[in-house]
Design a protein around this ligand. Structure first.
Ligand SMILES: Cc1cc2nc3c(=O)[nH]c(=O)nc-3n(C[C@H](O)[C@H](O)[C@H](O)COP(=O)(O)OP(=O)(O)OC[C@H]3O[C@@H](n4cnc5c(N)ncnc54)[C@H](O)[C@@H]3O)c2cc1C
Length: 411
């Protein structure tokens, strides 16, 4: 006779742990297990934020917070009104994890290692009695009176399932979900760097500006933030934000598109006025020596060259036509993007379970009694900065809460 579980969580990541732990806390009598196909739990937490785990963001106003989600923001409002970054910090703090806020708003454990978060979640599972089953891969799910999960090891039966299997792009895919006939929005990558085959630009690899604006040719929105030049092209928050908001469009374009960069992050009028004032006040200075818009000198030289201006030329010698060209290059510098690579610090999948099919009060899938979903498997994704984990913690918490309350009432 197979043992009957009250809740099986599929996926031992951030969201699955929060779902299981919350449920078990509310319904201590419940039989709860997390099933993970890999030999290690929380493997994304381990590598996250360059090994430091950027667990959330210093943004405690739900209406502001949701602006950082290209997909799912509207739906997350009610979720964040119930469990937001302050609650995440409190949760970890109550379990002995100290955290720190960095200048850009990202929050990390004070220990500077993701292991602190992993240890905390594993300890809490042990304390509450959540079963952790590693190296067990779910291969199919059938619904009879109960859910029947076939795995590479054994068959499980359960009254409730929390799907917390992460992004849809992982190696094995999610064929095991086929029998549930879920409505899935096609998954595409988000948060990636742009390849730009410009050897002169690539030679500036490592140079960054603190605030640039990026725009995709033919599209209206502009995305601002720090921008980093890499040995393959461009990265940094402004580029990652562009990749996130335009994830689906860029996929359709097969990652071949044009962008323009505004290096000064100023409107054209202000940029021109600043340059003209500088010219008038520094008539005998060589243009190559100018300190304008906080641009690093090597980048400034590159832009001057692009405007076909000699570094050694003095401002007084600069004809209006060339000044116009320089304004254009700084304001509207154009590049052809011909590919992408994942941002090593953080990447996610856009797409997944259709938002319209999720009941966000409980995270239950509509018309699927006892089937819940949380985290990246849903069509929710955030920009870089701790927003993706926050969505995982919050949705996991709401699901765990709903299942726990249901189990308590049934008991
Ligand atoms: C390199 C990298 C760094 C990142 N850094 C950050 C960061 O610093 N801050 C941030 O906010 N976000 C970061 N992210 C994004 C963040 O890691 C994810 O959004 C988050 O982990 C999603 O949590 P989840 O629990 O939904 O899914 P996951 O963490 O992906 O967990 C899902 C789990 O389900 C398991 N699984 C899947 N299918 C099955 C199956 N059939 N049977 C059993 N188990 C299964 C998988 O093995 C996996 O362990 C990063 C992502 C990457 C790739």
């Amino acid at each position: 006779m197979k043992e009957l579980y009250d809740l099986i969580v599929i996926g031992g990541g951030a969201s699955g742990f929060f779902g299981a732990l919350t449920c078990k806390q509310i319904a201590p009598h419940a039989k709860v297990a997390i099933i993970e196909m890999h030999s290690k739990f929380l493997s994304k937490v381990r590598i996250s934020g360059g090994g430091r785990c950027n667990l959330t963001h210093h943004c405690y106003e739900p209406k502001q917070l949701i602006k950082n989600y290209p997909r799912g923001g509207k739906e997350l409002l009610s979720v964040f009104e119930r469990f937001q970054p302050l609650d995440t910090l409190k949760w970890f703090e109550e379990r002995g994890v100290k955290t720190k806020v960095e200048v850009d708003g990202r929050i990390f454990p004070s220990s500077n290692t993701s292991q602190t978060i992993i240890d905390c979640l594993l300890d809490e599972s042990q304390k509450l009695g959540v079963e952790l089953l590693d190296s067990v891969k779910v291969e199919s799910i059938e619904k009879e009176d109960l859910y029947i999960l076939k795995t590479n090891r054994q068959t499980f039966t359960t009254n409730n399932i929390l799907l917390a299997c992460g992004g849809f792009t992982h190696a094995g895919g999610f064929k095991f979900l086929d029998s549930l006939a879920l409505d899935i929005i096609q998954p595409v990558p988000s948060l990636f760097s742009f390849h730009i085959a410009d050897k002169t630009l690539q030679q500036l690899s490592g140079i960054s500006v603190s605030k640039a604006t990026v725009k995709i040719a033919g599209k209206k929105p502009e995305y601002e933030g720090p921008l980093l030049i890499t040995h393959q092209g461009m990265s940094g928050p402004a580029i990652l934000k562009t990749s996130a908001y335009a994830a689906r469009d860029l996929f359709e374009m097969n990652y071949q598109f044009n962008i323009s960069v505004n290096w000064a992050n100023e409107n054209e009028q202000t940029l021109r006025a600043t340059m003209e004032t500088y010219k008038n006040e520094n008539r005998n200075q060589k243009i190559g020596n100018a300190k304008l818009f906080l641009l690093p000198q090597r980048l400034w030289h590159y832009l001057i060259e692009k405007a076909t201006i000699d570094n050694e030329l003095k401002w007084v010698e600069l004809p209006l036509k060339k000044l116009n060209k320089l304004v254009e290059v700084v304001f509207h510098d154009q590049y052809a993007v011909n590919g992408k690579s994942p941002n090593k610090e953080e990447f996610v999948t856009a797409g997944g379970i259709n938002l319209k099919t999720v009941e966000f009060k409980t995270m239950q899938i509509k018309n699927h009694e006892g089937l819940y979903a949380s985290g990246e498997i849903i069509d929710i994704d955030g920009i870089t900065g701790g927003f993706n984990f926050q969505a995982a913690w919050s949705t996991g918490y709401i699901a765990g809460m709903a299942i726990g309350q249901k189990l308590t009432q049934e008991n």
